[in-house]
Design a binder for this molecule. Sequence first.
Ligand code: ATP
Ligand code: MG
Length: 365
Amino acid sequence: MKIGVLGSGQLGQMMCLEAVPLGYGFYCYSPEKNSPAEKVGAKATTSSYESLDQIEKFINEVDVLSFEFENIPKQTLDFLSNQKNVSVFPPPKALIIAQDRFLEKSHFRKLGFRTANFFHLTRDTANIAVAIPFPWIIKTLRFGYDGKGQVKIRTEEEYKEFLNTAFLSDASEYLIEEVIPFQKEISIILTRFQNGDIVCYGAVENEHKDHILDLSIFPARIPVALNLEAIEMASKLAESLHYVGTLGVEFFLLDNHLYLNEFAPRPHNTGHYTQDCQSFSQFYLHVQAIVGKLPPTDVRPKPTLMKNILGNSYEESLTIANELLKDDRYHLHLYAKEEAKQGRKMGHMNFKGNLEEVNPLFHEL
Ligand code: ATP
Ligand code: MG
């Protein structure tokens, strides 16, 4: 069985590291050379996501196609939706929805979920009064990640200023969102199998620094009922998308209410703790789901922390990581990226235990 994946970053790398020992061939496709996935042995095709000829050649080589990167051009996703000779999991439609913040939040609302109030801002709607009280976060409609393409708007004047330059490019579109003064951010990582069964360990609690995920705490320290509600919402979302594979769903928690923020149609950074939670990792479950295996029935994940390692002061982080590795509860996962840049995710460290037990050095990573 050969697995093909569009994208070749760290998520593809970690999928490959699970797929190969299970006996599957692992092929990745992206415009990048020397990618993290290629570095651990994925067979790489280097070409653009727009090139349907190359994509067609690639899918002819594999038995199942998946994604580790969601910003695949819509035309390519439409092309993949029409392929008969290869199974594509998750369905391309899930990526089409996730790519467009307006489609995504509208889909959540259709399912009856609470979200921040939002407004689709385009050149054509820019003169309409927005009935959302300040403050807002304006996000580019597409291609945002790690908080990139987001601005906070506090007053009418700031909004006017924003509009002055908002449509310099014709293609610009945005989503205006009400700021939710949340108490916590949590996420649900689940894997849906081809028979419709779902494996989910429950909510993980996430802390961001400078809009980038910094720390994940599993299990999330939230009431049982909210945990169950989050699992139910994420499962309902997965079902609505006919999803197969691992899915990450982000929530804000405010006064015992869950607001759906967004989903990622792939394994998710906040699910990296699963690699060392003494159960199945999100990458293992993704691989098993897309190749058509049945889900595991006994899962016993243990408390685990995950701390991201960014390109900022990378050398110092590595020194700390090596110190922590004297203790067998710490596990280092580096992505073998070519260059350590400010804000770039270079790796992460997991700790098998809870916050009370972790070495304070972990927070310095
Ligand atoms: P990522 O790739 O990091 O998940 P992204 O760039 O796609 O993120 P979001 O997840 O929507 O964008 O936003 C990043 C972070 O900004 C959120 O995790 C949250 O901390 C904050 N944020 C986003 N939207 C809101 C909102 N409506 N109210 C309050 N905070 C928000
Ligand atoms: Mg997010």
